[in-house]
Design a protein around this ligand. Sequence first.
Ligand SMILES: CC(C)(COP(=O)(O)OP(=O)(O)OC[C@H]1O[C@@H](n2cnc3c(N)ncnc32)[C@H](O)[C@@H]1OP(=O)(O)O)[C@@H](O)C(=O)NCCC(=O)NCCS
Length: 211
Amino acid sequence: MASTPGWPAQPSVGPLVLRPPKLRDARAWSEIRLRNEHWLTPWEPSSPNRWDERNSVSAWPSLHSALKAAARRGTMLPFMITYGGRIVGQINVANVVHGALRSCTVGYWVDNAVAGRGVAPTSLALVIDHCFGAVGLHRVEVDIRPENKPSLRVVEKLGLRREGYYERFLDIDGQWRDHHAFAVTVEEMQGRSMVSRLAALPPEPTWRTAR
Ligand SMILES: CC(C)(COP(=O)(O)OP(=O)(O)OC[C@H]1O[C@@H](n2cnc3c(N)ncnc32)[C@H](O)[C@@H]1OP(=O)(O)O)[C@@H](O)C(=O)NCCC(=O)NCCS
Protein backbone atom coordinates (compact mmCIF):
# COMPACT_ATOMS: atom_id res chain seq x y z
CA MET A 1 0.00 0.00 0.00
CA ALA A 2 1.29 3.49 -0.88
CA SER A 3 2.25 5.54 2.17
CA THR A 4 0.76 8.95 2.96
CA PRO A 5 3.32 11.74 2.52
CA GLY A 6 4.23 13.30 5.88
CA TRP A 7 2.31 10.76 7.96
CA PRO A 8 2.68 9.69 10.70
CA ALA A 9 4.46 12.73 12.15
CA GLN A 10 5.14 14.42 15.47
CA PRO A 11 5.94 18.11 14.90
CA SER A 12 6.88 19.98 18.10
CA VAL A 13 8.21 23.16 19.67
CA GLY A 14 9.45 22.66 23.23
CA PRO A 15 6.70 21.05 25.35
CA LEU A 16 4.03 21.54 22.64
CA VAL A 17 3.85 18.32 20.64
CA LEU A 18 1.39 17.39 17.88
CA ARG A 19 0.95 13.64 17.52
CA PRO A 20 -1.42 11.15 15.88
CA PRO A 21 -4.46 10.14 17.94
CA LYS A 22 -4.25 6.88 19.90
CA LEU A 23 -7.01 4.48 20.90
CA ARG A 24 -6.02 5.01 24.54
CA ASP A 25 -6.76 8.78 24.29
CA ALA A 26 -10.46 7.99 24.88
CA ARG A 27 -10.70 9.03 28.52
CA ALA A 28 -8.62 12.23 28.31
CA TRP A 29 -10.28 13.30 25.04
CA SER A 30 -13.79 12.69 26.37
CA GLU A 31 -13.11 14.50 29.65
CA ILE A 32 -11.98 17.67 27.83
CA ARG A 33 -14.76 17.54 25.25
CA LEU A 34 -17.52 17.07 27.84
CA ARG A 35 -16.13 19.88 30.05
CA ASN A 36 -15.87 22.23 27.02
CA GLU A 37 -19.36 21.76 25.53
CA HIS A 38 -20.39 25.44 25.72
CA TRP A 39 -16.93 26.59 24.62
CA LEU A 40 -16.91 24.39 21.50
CA THR A 41 -20.50 24.00 20.22
CA PRO A 42 -20.79 27.39 18.45
CA TRP A 43 -17.88 26.39 16.20
CA GLU A 44 -18.50 22.66 15.63
CA PRO A 45 -20.32 20.83 12.80
CA SER A 46 -24.06 20.37 13.35
CA SER A 47 -25.12 16.94 14.55
CA PRO A 48 -28.44 15.23 15.31
CA ASN A 49 -26.77 13.46 18.26
CA ARG A 50 -26.37 14.86 21.77
CA TRP A 51 -23.01 16.32 22.76
CA ASP A 52 -22.55 13.92 25.67
CA GLU A 53 -23.22 10.94 23.38
CA ARG A 54 -20.86 11.90 20.60
CA ASN A 55 -18.12 12.91 23.02
CA SER A 56 -18.37 9.98 25.41
CA VAL A 57 -15.48 7.58 26.08
CA SER A 58 -17.33 4.98 24.00
CA ALA A 59 -17.63 7.37 21.02
CA TRP A 60 -13.85 7.62 20.66
CA PRO A 61 -12.98 4.20 19.12
CA SER A 62 -15.11 4.79 16.01
CA LEU A 63 -13.92 8.38 15.66
CA HIS A 64 -10.33 7.20 16.14
CA SER A 65 -10.81 4.55 13.43
CA ALA A 66 -12.31 7.09 11.04
CA LEU A 67 -9.39 9.50 11.61
CA LYS A 68 -6.88 6.68 11.15
CA ALA A 69 -8.55 5.51 7.93
CA ALA A 70 -8.61 9.05 6.51
CA ALA A 71 -4.92 9.45 7.40
CA ARG A 72 -4.12 6.15 5.68
CA ARG A 73 -5.96 7.32 2.55
CA GLY A 74 -3.97 10.56 2.68
CA THR A 75 -7.02 12.83 2.80
CA MET A 76 -6.38 13.95 6.38
CA LEU A 77 -3.62 14.42 8.98
CA PRO A 78 -5.33 14.32 12.38
CA PHE A 79 -3.23 15.58 15.30
CA MET A 80 -3.81 15.65 19.03
CA ILE A 81 -2.32 18.83 20.52
CA THR A 82 -0.39 17.94 23.67
CA TYR A 83 1.39 20.19 26.13
CA GLY A 84 3.84 18.58 28.54
CA GLY A 85 2.36 15.20 27.54
CA ARG A 86 -1.24 16.22 28.32
CA ILE A 87 -3.90 16.49 25.59
CA VAL A 88 -5.05 20.13 25.28
CA GLY A 89 -6.83 20.09 21.90
CA GLN A 90 -6.89 18.84 18.33
CA ILE A 91 -5.73 20.21 15.00
CA ASN A 92 -6.77 18.47 11.80
CA VAL A 93 -5.39 18.92 8.33
CA ALA A 94 -8.42 17.97 6.22
CA ASN A 95 -9.46 18.00 2.54
CA VAL A 96 -5.91 17.14 1.50
CA VAL A 97 -5.68 17.24 -2.29
CA HIS A 98 -2.52 16.53 -4.28
CA GLY A 99 -2.08 16.92 -8.06
CA ALA A 100 -2.24 20.45 -9.46
CA LEU A 101 -4.03 21.92 -6.42
CA ARG A 102 -1.86 20.56 -3.54
CA SER A 103 -4.00 22.22 -0.88
CA CYS A 104 -5.71 21.47 2.43
CA THR A 105 -8.02 22.98 5.06
CA VAL A 106 -7.01 23.17 8.73
CA GLY A 107 -9.40 23.11 11.70
CA TYR A 108 -8.52 23.33 15.41
CA TRP A 109 -9.79 23.68 18.97
CA VAL A 110 -8.13 23.95 22.37
CA ASP A 111 -9.27 23.31 25.94
CA ASN A 112 -10.68 26.50 27.46
CA ALA A 113 -8.29 25.92 30.40
CA VAL A 114 -5.29 26.75 28.14
CA ALA A 115 -6.94 29.45 26.00
CA GLY A 116 -5.00 32.65 25.41
CA ARG A 117 -1.55 31.07 25.72
CA GLY A 118 -0.68 30.74 22.07
CA VAL A 119 -1.33 27.00 21.85
CA ALA A 120 -3.46 27.26 18.68
CA PRO A 121 -1.21 29.67 16.74
CA THR A 122 1.86 27.60 17.60
CA SER A 123 0.06 24.40 16.56
CA LEU A 124 -1.14 25.98 13.32
CA ALA A 125 2.39 27.22 12.58
CA LEU A 126 3.77 23.69 13.11
CA VAL A 127 1.10 22.22 10.85
CA ILE A 128 1.68 24.76 8.07
CA ASP A 129 5.44 24.08 8.14
CA HIS A 130 4.75 20.34 8.02
CA CYS A 131 2.29 20.71 5.11
CA PHE A 132 4.80 22.75 3.10
CA GLY A 133 7.59 20.33 4.07
CA ALA A 134 7.05 16.57 4.29
CA VAL A 135 3.46 16.59 2.97
CA GLY A 136 4.46 18.54 -0.13
CA LEU A 137 1.47 20.88 -0.30
CA HIS A 138 1.46 24.35 -1.85
CA ARG A 139 -1.45 26.01 -0.03
CA VAL A 140 -3.07 25.87 3.41
CA GLU A 141 -6.55 27.30 4.04
CA VAL A 142 -8.33 28.15 7.31
CA ASP A 143 -12.05 29.06 7.30
CA ILE A 144 -13.44 31.05 10.21
CA ARG A 145 -16.88 32.37 11.17
CA PRO A 146 -16.91 36.19 11.35
CA GLU A 147 -18.15 35.92 14.96
CA ASN A 148 -15.11 33.90 16.06
CA LYS A 149 -12.83 36.69 17.25
CA PRO A 150 -10.29 34.41 19.02
CA SER A 151 -9.80 32.31 15.88
CA LEU A 152 -9.52 35.41 13.69
CA ARG A 153 -6.68 36.48 16.01
CA VAL A 154 -4.94 33.14 15.45
CA VAL A 155 -4.66 33.62 11.68
CA GLU A 156 -3.85 37.31 12.15
CA LYS A 157 -0.88 36.38 14.36
CA LEU A 158 0.44 34.11 11.60
CA GLY A 159 -0.14 36.68 8.88
CA LEU A 160 -2.44 34.52 6.78
CA ARG A 161 -3.92 36.32 3.79
CA ARG A 162 -7.67 36.92 3.68
CA GLU A 163 -8.85 35.36 0.42
CA GLY A 164 -12.58 35.78 0.48
CA TYR A 165 -15.93 35.39 2.12
CA TYR A 166 -18.02 32.24 1.68
CA GLU A 167 -21.76 32.66 2.27
CA ARG A 168 -23.63 29.79 3.97
CA PHE A 169 -20.42 27.76 3.65
CA LEU A 170 -20.47 25.22 6.49
CA ASP A 171 -23.22 23.57 8.54
CA ILE A 172 -22.12 24.67 12.01
CA ASP A 173 -24.07 24.70 15.27
CA GLY A 174 -27.40 24.01 13.55
CA GLN A 175 -27.20 26.45 10.62
CA TRP A 176 -25.37 27.19 7.36
CA ARG A 177 -22.78 29.75 8.46
CA ASP A 178 -20.77 32.32 6.51
CA HIS A 179 -16.98 32.04 6.77
CA HIS A 180 -13.97 34.19 6.04
CA ALA A 181 -11.38 32.22 4.06
CA PHE A 182 -7.70 32.72 4.90
CA ALA A 183 -4.80 31.08 3.10
CA VAL A 184 -1.06 30.96 2.72
CA THR A 185 1.02 29.53 -0.12
CA VAL A 186 4.64 28.37 -0.03
CA GLU A 187 5.87 31.47 -1.90
CA GLU A 188 4.64 33.76 0.88
CA MET A 189 6.96 32.03 3.37
CA GLN A 190 10.00 33.29 1.40
CA GLY A 191 12.03 30.31 2.59
CA ARG A 192 11.26 30.96 6.28
CA SER A 193 9.22 28.75 8.58
CA MET A 194 5.89 29.77 10.08
CA VAL A 195 7.20 28.85 13.53
CA SER A 196 10.03 31.38 13.13
CA ARG A 197 7.55 34.00 11.85
CA LEU A 198 5.48 33.44 14.99
CA ALA A 199 8.53 33.61 17.24
CA ALA A 200 9.32 37.03 15.74
CA LEU A 201 6.08 38.50 17.18
CA PRO A 202 6.53 41.24 19.79
CA PRO A 203 6.83 39.64 23.24
CA GLU A 204 3.72 39.49 25.42
CA PRO A 205 3.88 38.53 29.09
CA THR A 206 1.56 35.51 29.05
CA TRP A 207 1.81 34.57 25.42
CA ARG A 208 3.17 31.05 24.84
CA THR A 209 3.67 30.41 28.55
CA ALA A 210 1.23 27.52 28.89
CA ARG A 211 0.93 26.11 32.39
C1 LIG B 1 -9.87 29.79 18.57
C2 LIG B 1 -8.97 29.08 19.57
C3 LIG B 1 -8.50 27.77 18.96
C4 LIG B 1 -7.76 29.98 19.87
O1 LIG B 1 -6.80 29.22 20.61
P1 LIG B 1 -5.75 29.88 21.63
O2 LIG B 1 -4.69 28.88 21.85
O3 LIG B 1 -6.46 30.39 22.81
O4 LIG B 1 -5.19 31.11 20.75
P2 LIG B 1 -4.44 32.41 21.33
O5 LIG B 1 -3.74 32.11 22.58
O6 LIG B 1 -3.68 32.96 20.19
O7 LIG B 1 -5.62 33.43 21.68
C5 LIG B 1 -6.38 33.99 20.63
C6 LIG B 1 -7.33 35.06 21.18
O8 LIG B 1 -8.27 34.44 22.05
C7 LIG B 1 -8.73 35.44 23.01
N1 LIG B 1 -8.58 34.88 24.35
C8 LIG B 1 -7.51 34.88 25.18
N2 LIG B 1 -7.79 34.24 26.32
C9 LIG B 1 -9.06 33.83 26.22
C10 LIG B 1 -9.91 33.11 27.09
N3 LIG B 1 -9.52 32.70 28.29
N4 LIG B 1 -11.16 32.84 26.66
C11 LIG B 1 -11.57 33.25 25.46
N5 LIG B 1 -10.80 33.92 24.59
C12 LIG B 1 -9.57 34.22 24.98
C13 LIG B 1 -7.87 36.66 22.82
O9 LIG B 1 -8.59 37.56 22.02
C14 LIG B 1 -6.68 36.09 22.06
O10 LIG B 1 -6.07 37.08 21.26
P3 LIG B 1 -4.82 37.91 21.87
O11 LIG B 1 -3.71 36.93 22.08
O12 LIG B 1 -4.55 38.93 20.85
O13 LIG B 1 -5.29 38.48 23.20
C15 LIG B 1 -9.72 28.80 20.90
O14 LIG B 1 -10.30 30.00 21.33
C16 LIG B 1 -10.79 27.72 20.76
O15 LIG B 1 -10.50 26.54 20.80
N6 LIG B 1 -12.06 28.14 20.59
C17 LIG B 1 -13.18 27.20 20.45
C18 LIG B 1 -13.09 26.37 19.17
C19 LIG B 1 -12.83 27.21 17.95
O16 LIG B 1 -13.25 28.34 17.84
N7 LIG B 1 -12.08 26.65 16.98
C20 LIG B 1 -11.72 27.35 15.76
C21 LIG B 1 -12.78 27.27 14.75
S1 LIG B 1 -12.32 28.18 13.28
